[in-house]
Design a protein around this ligand. Sequence first.
Ligand code: SAM
Ligand code: SF4
Length: 357
Amino acid sequence: MRSAVADGQISGPVTSDSPAVRHDWTLAEIRSLFQTPLMELVFQAAAIHRRFHDPAEVQVCKLISIKTGACPEDCSYCSQSSRYKTEVKPTGLMEKEEVLSIARRAKEAGVSRVCMGAAWREVRDNKQFDRVLEMVREVTAIGVEVCCTLGMITEDQARKLEEAGLYAYNHNLDTSREHYGNIITTRTYDDRLNTIANVRKTSVTVCSGGIMGLGETEADRISMLHTLATLDPHPESVPVNVLSKVPGTPMADAADVPVWETVRMIAAARLLMPASVVRLSAGRAKLSLSDQALCFMAGANSIFSSETGQMLTKAVPSPDYDADRELLTILGLKPRAAFKDDERNPGSARPATHHHE
Ligand code: SAM
Ligand code: SF4
């Protein structure tokens, strides 16, 4: 079967609002693209990647868990849900100074995006949120893109984050609408889409992707890609996570995801959302250098790195700064600078110049 993107059906200039960026993908087109023979799919993805991005650059990001564990949600993969007994110890909201010192060290190590995650179901308008807003202001001021992932937010809360200078808000769809209820029962797919829509009412960019390895079928992967690729605009950032199996969670014994399935997912995301940054996220610690090289070839252009060898919690391992410096050097890649192509809406707040209504 031919790929829906074969032979230059995607052509034109290379901006995120160009006609080459489609939002009207049908499920059948995505299925056909997804089922393209792997090497052909990677070739197509690599070709598109070069038209929209500098292929020599990879953005290095650092996650900081600013509030860990004791989350009331029941996400069946997560080490931080209070429903499951895992090795993760709950901690209260971090002090701003601690977050700032981690962020400064990260910047020195080549990180250009700092993502602050809190194990909350939703944001409440209280002193803790005020502290997060202060963190957003001050971490932005050191010259890195700041992303937050704090659970559900209202439009008003999204505006406050925008005014503090937030660059991106992460809210993953995780899986397909059809499979969602098997993974999480404490919120709905529409709750997820609603938070994304609230972020979209501001200039804050959207980061949204999924996790492979949650017992989903190929049809679920295609369906999730369809939901993401028909958002208009596309999420500027699309994380592709592979489940880290956390003892104590319902997903502890899930089947492994073969690396070629990860490569296929990355290539499909690259072709469907050509201007977005595709992030090779959880699960990278298990990949060899050549596995990762194939992921970059297929269009991944961001990684998460860490000084502690963990992503948000120790349940999800990550390579460290030194290993990643070596990885990028061997592959002839370089870390991407912050705010390279500011993807926020025109007229939006630039770093350190706050936007007022
Ligand atoms: N509570 C917020 C939320 O759910 O939006 C943010 C924190 S949550 C830990 C951030 C993301 O990490 C999740 O959406 C999920 O995609 C990913 N994640 C969490 N646990 C994981 C695991 N064990 N393996 C892979 N990805 C995981
Ligand atoms: Fe809570 Fe987020 Fe973990 Fe779900 S993924 S249990 S919402 S921290």
